[in-house]
Design a protein around this ligand. Structure first.
Ligand code: DGJ
Length: 735
């Protein structure tokens, strides 16, 4: 890892173990990109940027050198209006109404470590020796705008982070109309674009399509990263697949509305920009004020998508997630949501917990319905006081009863919301996001608290903290069940109304920081109607996320496979639920439901008291197996083998860091008549080691010995099954 500035060639060379990112200052003015990709030793003048004079439609800014055109230079932070016609990274508006600006190189600084981003989540280092950073200052002297571009390279990750701080150094106001985090210009257009899309109960499905003229835009306008898209895109060389080819990943550490856009220009270069969505955004910078754009994490992989994913997994698991649970095994839990919904009392909860204890579970989570008068989803959000009808002896009593069974206790909150039917709303009708005189659109009969307001934040921090301090709570599920509408704040002046959505995010991050740091022993899991906010921003505060409200084993194959493109397995919540499944009404066997859920942070979300004795025996075995394999699954390297988006079979595997142990999970959705004899080639093993292969949870399974090279190059015979929805786990132990 290093960052070197060569004053002769005026180049910055950022190096990670396997990648190079090279920039050049052209004509002592413009900061441009030269290369991002495979590592090179250095840059000789011959490999620097080539220029050509173009037609008058790409004008030059330099009468002495007509080859210099902002419309063709691969600029690091491009603007609109001063002759670059491509998609810009930022745009400002001055008091005089004009919107033109041009940023020129002024200075730079290289230093050890990585700075924090004020008020925003970001990757971090634990000691300065883990990273080197570079600040490059660009200025537009005419209007007094400064942009500080910060880059970091890591010793232990092939990733480069970028962020921008926009500063108003003028005597007047500067309004940011667009303040993106990153722009990269690639010298050719031969890419596919891959992104993750979906909806509630169908999150993070993979879509790959050729990039063509006209480009592609992936954006959320929902006030959250959302179920429909994810703040991630990748450009892939046409030949790239899971294991080979060039992949360039862009991941934004942000949980609000975002934009990712790729554009091919007339000279066949490709520009990718990413950041806070400029749609319905503006930010007023008064003299001396600054705006910090979120961090973008860039990963180049020469080893296909799998290589890119493993880099994100490790970086996000170890240097984005924080807190006591970052490196700790996550407990096997039972959640009562699909077991009881709102209809429970302390005795019912204790009954479920008792069976949980017999089965070896470690944590009971009390979901929605324990507060206010919440017997359905029509009321009480905001009234974070225990419902005396359901829990007459209080929460303390219930927690004690659950703890006595040797289970930890977890609790659900939805602290960003307010029900119109609540004490809180009756007392503070202006505490929600709203626009004067306009309808307040309800979703699930609820409105959104205005987290841009300090008084709202103080109230929430206090009521949530009071509950958390009242008894031994070991886990919190932090839910959020709607998107933003009528985005306005009663406290912001007219010229700042378009700041509301981002101020909300900053407020949310402040609340999360305060609560999670005040309760370091609690494991926090974020949730937004399942995976509506499964993003790096939330992972900074909460190391795991409820992946989807869809717990059907077949649907989960796609959801978990897609989620693994960016997010580590230790962040993926996965539970076994009852059949017929509540979302799709499909009936799958307990074995497959178990094996899919065991491929993440494992748990059950059903009424355990309804299990037959036979089912209980299977579940107890699943829990025991998971506990034994947990470090490998939660913290091992993840390899995707067969994609559920491409066929009837899915397979993935987990490999320990020293390659002494591995686990393969194989799933077949529908039975195939007279099926071919199939083999599965695995990945990531040590070719020189021999592995004992054990079929997990198969009573009379034979153990066999294979070479690592054999398993990877010849493959493992797959079972022939009659019947749908079948699965098998294979454990590999190096000899
Ligand atoms: C949505 C979540 O995704 C569910 O798991 C559950 O917690 C409900 N909210 C409760 O209202």
């Amino acid at each position: 890892m290093s960052i070197i500035f060569d004053s002769e060639t005026q180049t910055f060379h950022l190096q990670t173990k396997h990648t190079s990112y090279i920039m050049q200052i052209v004509k002592s003015k413009y900061l441009v990109q030269v290369h991002w990709g495979r590592k090179v030793r250095g840059t000789n003048p011959g490999s620097l940027l080539a220029y050509r004079k173009r037609c008058s439609f790409s004008p030059s800014t330099d009468p002495e050198d007509l080859a210099i055109s902002l419309d063709t230079l691969p600029l690091e932070l491009p603007a609109f209006g001063a002759s670059d016609f491509r998609v810009p990274a930022y745009q400002v508006q001055l008091d005089n109404g004009t919107t033109v600006s041009e940023l020129i190189y002024e200075s730079h600084r290289i230093y050890p470590g990585k700075p924090r981003l004020e008020g925003l989540p970001a990757t971090y280092v634990e000691e300065d020796g883990e990273a080197v950073s570079l600040d490059i200052v660009l200025t537009d002297k005419l209007i007094g705008l400064k942009a500080v571009l910060t880059y970091t390279v890591f010793r232990d990750a092939d990733a480069i982070t970028r962020s921008v701080r926009y500063v108003n150094e003028s005597g007047g106001n500067i309004r940011l109309l667009r303040a993106l985090s990153v722009s990269v210009d690639f010298p050719h257009p031969d890419f596919d674009m891959l992104h993750l899309h979906g909806s509630w109960a169908r999150e993070r499905h993979i879509e790959r399509r050729p990039l063509t003229t006209g480009g592609a835009t992936i954006e959320s306008r929902r006030g959250s990263s959302s179920h429909s898209v994810n703040p991630f895109v990748a450009l892939l060389s046409k030949d790239a697949d899971e294991d080979h080819g060039d992949v360039y990943g862009f991941s934004l550490v942000y949980s609000g509305s975002f934009l990712a856009q790729a554009e091919i220009d007339p000279y066949s270069t490709t520009r990718v920009v990413m950041g806070i969505n400029p749609f319905d955004f503006a930010w007023l910078l008064e003299p001396g004020e600054a705006f910090q754009a979120p961090e973008a994490v860039l990963v180049y992989s020469a080893e296909g998508l799998g290589g890119m994913s493993r880099t994100y997994h490790k970086l996000y698991r170890t240097r984005l997630c924080r807190g006591e649970y970052r490196d700790k095994s996550r407990p096997v839990l039972v959640n009562n949501w699909e077991a009881t919904y709102f209809n429970f009392n302390a005795d019912k909860i204790e009954e479920i917990a008792k069976v949980g204890q017999q089965l070896g579970l470690e944590l009971f989570v009390l979901d929605d319905g324990w507060f206010g008068k919440r017997d359905n989803d029509k009321s009480s959000l905001g009234d974070w006081f225990v419902d005396g009808n359901k829990l007459p002896k209080g929460l303390e009593d219930l927690v004690e009863r659950v703890n006595k069974l040797d289970l930890q206790f977890g609790l659900w909150f939805e602290p960003e919301m307010i029900s119109p039917d609540s004490e809180l709303y009756r007392a503070h009708p202006d505490w929600c996001l709203h626009v004067p005189g306009r309808r307040r659109t309800e979703a699930r009969q609820q409105l959104i608290l205005d987290y841009s307001r300090q008084d709202v934040r103080e109230y929430i921090v206090k009521v949530v903290s009071d509950i958390l301090a009242s008894c031994p709570i070991s886990y919190v599920k932090w839910d959020m069940n709607r998107n933003m509408t009528e985005i306005g704040s009663a406290l912001l002046p007219p010229e700042r109304q378009r700041e509301t959505a981002h101020r909300y995010m900053l407020g949310l991050y402040e609340v999360l920081e305060r609560i999670t740091s005040a309760f370091p022993h609690i494991l926090f899991e974020s949730c937004s109607g399942g995976g509506g906010r499964f993003d790096p921003g939330m992972l900074y505060y909460m190391p795991q996320t409820w992946t989807s409200d869809n717990t059907d084993a077949v649907e989960r194959l796609k959801i978990q496979y897609g989620t693994s493109i960016v997010y580590p397995i230790s962040s993926i919540g996965a539970h076994v639920s009852a059949v017929p499944n509540h979302q799709v009404h499909r009936t799958t066997p307990i074995e497959m439901r178990g094996h899919v859920a065991m491929s993440g942070n494992f748990g059950y979300e059903l009424d355990l008291t309804k299990f037959t004795e036979e089912e209980k025996a299977i579940v107890a075995q699943q829990v025991a197996t998971y506990k034994e394999l947990r470090p490998l699954i939660q913290f091992g390297d993840f390899y995707r083998l067969l994609s559920p988006f491409e066929g009837n079979e899915t397979a993935w595997m987990f490999v320990s860091e020293d390659r002494s142990e591995a686990l393969v999970a194989f799933f077949q959705v529908l039975s195939k008549p007279n099926a071919p004899l199939a083999k599965l080639r695995v990945k990531g093993l040590d070719p020189d080691k021999d592995y004992r292969v054990v079929e997990v949870e198969v009573a009379d399974a034979e153990e066999r010995l294979f070479g690592g090279d054999e398993l990877m190059n010849v493959g493992l015979h797959l079972p022939q099954w009659k019947g749908d929805f079948r699965s098998r786990l294979y454990r590999f132990i190096a000899q």
